[in-house]
Design a protein around this ligand. Sequence first.
Ligand code: FMN
Length: 352
Amino acid sequence: MSTLHQISSAALRLLPAETGHGLALRGLSAGFGPRERADDFRILAQDICGLHFANPVAVSAGFDKNAAAIAGARRLGSGFVEIGGVTPRAQIGNPKPRLFRLAPDRAAINRMGFNNKGADAVLARVHAAQDGSTPLGVNLAANSDSADPAQDFIALVEKFAPAADFLTIDVSCPNSANGQVFLDPRALEDLLACLNIARDASSGSPVMFAKLTPDLEDAHLSELLEIMLTAKIDAITLCNTTTARPDSLQGSNATERGGLSGAPLFEMATEMLRKVYVQTDGAVPLIGVGGIMSGKDAYTKIRAGASLVQLYTGLVYEGPGLIQQIKHDVAEHLTLDGFANVSEAVGLEHRS
Ligand SMILES: Cc1cc2nc3c(=O)[nH]c(=O)nc-3n(C[C@H](O)[C@H](O)[C@H](O)COP(=O)(O)O)c2cc1C
């Protein structure tokens, strides 16, 4: 990362968290950051769910809720882009402040509440950015005041299916009661059946991912996984932020309400990844998210079972060069371990 990037990242961290994030996003959409996308290491390329991923690393959902900086995310080196969460109608989210840094813990707590410009505004940007260069996905969520959250998801699938390569059904946000409805197994089963029908009837054919919360008992997680496998979900994203507060937290914002992300989430999220990989027998691609702050962390997720990885909070602390660094380090680990392609390392720790 250039000195200029390091200085500007440090300066942004002096601002209130949401202000700093807004400026970073505006800078990225205005063309700040890397001018051009660097070439990817060939060892990192994979085909998953019928899509070509030049590398397995991306910025996770919530970073660019309104699809304002898709080109910027690609220039940062993302192998795929997931924008959103998007709700059918625009909504302002929870009152501010709603995003807090925990600097001593390299963590954040947020209770944003799905602030976004709504499906129509975002759809136009997704269409405009769809150039086939990287898989482009949309993270979907129900409006907070919706009387029928299932209908919200159906409407979103119908709307975005023609434009997106993948759609992520977010039933994991700790700040949305209308997403958590689908943690009820029967409700999830019905929802996924309806969404499959909506997707199959649409003019596009995006693959469908589902994103889970780490705050699930094992038996509950197993039941939801069975339902996802039966519904033939294409990939599972593990995981969203946690409402847990590890005793180790030092930051003065540790008692804020919301979802915790960043370094303290790493072990919990990776353990969940291991469990899901074992239970699904590696049959469904997994996307490992939660606490990735380095290439070593990303490689640990891959060996635990992730075919792809995403990160958000790591960018706040390590700066925009983190994605390039992770790709470089993962490629190096793969070469040292004697692999010809990243797919060979997926789930490795369960085989050795
Ligand atoms: C401010 C903020 C907003 C987020 N918004 C969303 C969202 O809209 N949809 C979603 O699926 N995840 C959302 N997330 C969760 C992230 O995508 C990710 O799962 C989580 O932060 C853990 O990854 P990390 O430790 O690398 O940050 C959000 C996270 C943060 C910090």
